[in-house]
Structures are given as C-alpha cells and as structure tokens.
Design a protein around this ligand. Structure first.
Ligand code: ADP
Ligand code: ADP
Length: 243
C-alpha cells in the first residue's frame, strides 16, 4: 500500500447562503487523486486559497472529506470512527506546520519525549524515547541543543526541533505546511534540504506545501493545485521521481 492514496477527493465548506436563502458551499477540493510512495518528497505548490492546506488536513484525518477516499498505509480514513482515526494519525502520520508550536517550558529533548508519551510510551519505552530523541536531534543538526528551551533556540533551530518531534513515532507519512514561512532565505533552503534528506533516510512519503518555487527542485516530484484540483499532467508524476 502507498503511504498515502487519495482518490476522487472532494471537500466542501459551508459558505453562507445565496439570494434565495439556500445554503451555499465553497468547494476546496475538487476530485483530487494522488499517490505518494515511500522515500519520495513531493512539493505541493499553488496560489493561496487553491486547497493545499485542505488537502493536508484531510490526509491528516483532521477534516473529513465530502466524498472520495483517502487511505494512509492501506487504512481508509473516511470509514474510521474518530478514535481509530486518532490512532492512525499517531501511528502513521507526522505533521509539521508553519509555526513550530513548541512548549515554552520544555527542553528540545523533552518536546520529543512528550510526543512518545502522548502516543502511549511508558516506563522502559520512555527511556528508549529519550535515546531516540537525542538521535533525532543529532540527525537534524541539534546535538548540542537537547537541553535548551525554545527561547534559547533560533527560529531555524525551533523548526528543526519541530521536524524531529514529528518523526518521534516513526511515521510513514510526513505532512508539512509551509515550514519556512517564518524563516529567511538561507534558513528556508537548509530546512527544505533537511526535509529531503530525512525523507530519503527514513523512507518517508512527504508532502510539503511551499510558496517558494525555487525550492521545488529539492523535491523528487511536484504537484500543483489550482481552484481545488491538481494539475492533471503533474499529478501523474507524483509517485515517481522527476528526472
Ligand atoms: P491554500 O492552503 O491553498 O491557501 P485552503 O485549503 O486553505 O487553500 O483553502 C481552499 C478554499 O477553501 C479557499 O477558498 C478557502 O477560502 C476555503 N476554506 C478553507 N478553510 C475553510 C473553512 N474552515 N471554512 C470555509 N472555507 C474554508
Ligand atoms: P539558524 O536560524 O540558522 O539556526 P541563527 O543565526 O539564528 O541560526 O543562530 C546561530 C547560532 O546562534 C545558533 O547556533 C544558536 O545556537 C545561537 N542562537 C540563536 N538564537 C539564540 C538564542 N536566543 N539563545 C541562545 N543561542 C542562540
């Protein structure tokens, strides 16, 4: 099973009423189909309001589609009750948003260990989680920052902690929304490079929303959204490497 398979996905949001007082909807996703293979980083580009965040939200199981299907590691999310959905999310999906959302009172290591704790790790597993946290922090270039709290880290470093935290529970699918929105150009480039490296090292299927087309070449594939649908020509290359 591919890490993510989206078929004919539609998502409509309520949007007030029309002149006759009938409820109106806005179609955020319009028959989107996409497959992401392991070890592939796919850039998701498109103008503001084209549906990129909506696609990530549905893939994360945070928003239910109006129709169509979305499966993560072979589990069809639209058929799962809320509790099981949360389980799939914990087990298979890592998420990274624009703002790192770290807890102010915790060190970098503790942020990562907390993610394991929330996923159910206790006792010996927590000791192992501490070791894994240190490994991951080293992997994102923060070996000397494990004991620092967010205010002692730069913006780029905080986003790296955020990325490491998303990988704590060994996800197959990594969903990333504008990870560089708060960073300057050089730091944005290195964060995108890091995401590509981690994708290949861990065999992740990564979907990375980016505003900056300059970073697209760092991805293995690119899909482009326009008014809720994927550019048909590009969608077919999404599961393969771009030459
Ligand atoms: P992007 O991430 O590409 O900027 P979005 O997925 O955020 O696009 O938005 C797609 C469309 O759905 C837009 O027309 C947006 O206004 C609408 N939309 C997004 N979220 C909501 C919501 N919670 N309620 C109503 N409309 C929404
Ligand atoms: P980047 O955003 O690429 O990680 P910066 O230029 O912001 O890099 O930071 C450079 C160095 O300064 C980092 O190695 C970090 O250790 C240190 N640093 C940045 N901000 C702080 C801070 N608020 N407190 C302590 N050290 C900091």
């Amino acid at each position: 099973d591919p890490a993510l398979r989206v078929t004919d996905l539609c998502l409509e949001y309520p949007d007030g009423t029309d002149e006759q007082g009938e409820p109106r909807t806005v179609r955020a996703l319009d028959r989107v189909s996409l497959e992401l293979a392991a070890g592939t980083m796919t850039a998701l580009v498109g103008p503001s309001g084209s549906g990129k965040s909506s696609l990530l939200a549905v893939a994360a199981g945070l928003v239910r589609p109006s129709s169509g299907s979305v499966s993560v590691a072979g589990r069809r999310l639209e058929e799962l009750p809320e509790r099981e959905l949360a389980g799939v999310r914990r087990e298979h999906t890592g998420m990274v948003f624009q703002q790192p959302n770290l807890l102010a009172s915790l060190t970098a290591r503790e942020q990562l260990v907390l993610a394991a704790h929330v996923a159910g790790a206790r006792g010996k597993e927590l000791a192992r989680a501490r070791a894994r946290a240190d490994e991951l922090l080293a992997q994102v270039g923060l070996e000397n920052c494990a004991d620092r709290r967010p205010h002692q880290l730069s913006g780029g470093q905080r986003q790296r902690v955020n990325i490491a935290r998303a990988l704590m529970n060994r996800p197959h699918l990594l969903l990333v929304d504008e990870p560089t929105a708060a960073l300057d150009h050089a730091r944005s480039h290195s964060v995108m490079e890091l995401l590509a490296d981690l994708t290949h090292t861990f065999g992740l299927a990564s979907l990375v929303v980016t505003h900056d087309t300059e970073f697209v070449p760092l991805a293995d594939a690119c899909v482009s959204m326009q008014d809720g649908h994927l550019d048909a020509e590009q969608a077919t290359t999404a599961s393969g490497r771009v030459a």
